[in-house]
Write a protein that binds this ligand. Sequence first.
Ligand code: NDP
Ligand code: 7N6
Length: 308
Amino acid sequence: MDIARIAVHESVAKACPLEAMVAALQGSAIPVEIVGDDASFDASDCVVTFSPRDAFLDAAWVHGIRAGYDEFDVTAYEAAGTALMNSTGIHGDTVPETVVGYMTAFARRLHVYRDHQSDSDWMQEPYDAPFTLTGEQVCVVGLGTIGQGVADRANALGMEVVGVRRSGDPVENVERVYTPDELDTAVADARFVVLCCPLTEETEGMVGAARLVQMRTDSYLVNVARGPVVVEDALLNALDDGTIAGAALDAHWEEPLPEEHPLWDHESAIVTPHVAASTSQYHEDIAALVQENVERIARGESLRNRVA
Ligand code: NDP
Ligand code: 7N6
């Protein structure tokens, strides 16, 4: 692979300023330029992008700046012989810190007080509403970069951590690791169920009505994965009828979440606009991944984060 240009597609602006990304990538000594939807590519191009486009299949190598690559047609990349890389590995602090924030808000009722603050309302939650994270159980579904980060932090807070992954292999700071076929058992005792898995054929619709019923009525669902991992109507019903106590959602079925969506003013929900991974260092984290692969190519080594 002989790379003569790094093309930064304008969709990168969805995650960080284009100029910052270009500046961070200059370190590789390969010319960097911003490209739009009308650009064409050849086998000397590396494309850095947020969103997929068919034209990228003509490049040598495409670097997706998200961990999730569910929007990319992996089969088409394999057929074209174009390398596709994702950005897993860089979200081990941002997303887990956000998850701790959601859990703390629910336990200490911070989201309720913030709702009342704008009315100067000295409202206090009922005596039995607040609780502590310490001693509560969290079930982390997907134990990769993000799931491990959630497990480490939850363990440090004195929570009991269980988790789910396909291999069922042990993970540090996770007391019991279940496989996906044991999901009902895995969620049954948890006060929090945190979704940190990729969106795949296997995980789409994984949390539907039948699964929500397996959760405790005082439990909270956190989705930092992808919207379709959860069945939308099932979750809305579960929040309305008290099947579960609440949900924090960063990933949605349609993004932006439509203005009229009932979740926006649901008192049991915390809605964030897909920002669990936001950081002012995002461009540098991505550039470091790209730079590492530029160096690996020069050394003739296999590429990091290659998914096709
Ligand atoms: P990783 O690849 O590091 O981890 C994914 C984990 O999911 C692995 O532990 C894998 O384990 C597990 N997994 C895969 N399939 C299943 C399944 N069917 N059931 C349970 N576990 C499964 O990815 P990241 O931690 O970096 O990111 C995870 C996902 O989070 C991304 O794919 C993306 O969709 C989302 N994300 C969201 C962000 C946001 O801003 N909200 C930011 C970054 C990522 P095993 O192989 O053993 O199954
Ligand atoms: C953009 C992060 C991912 O999959 O959904 C996230 O990595 C996007 C800041």
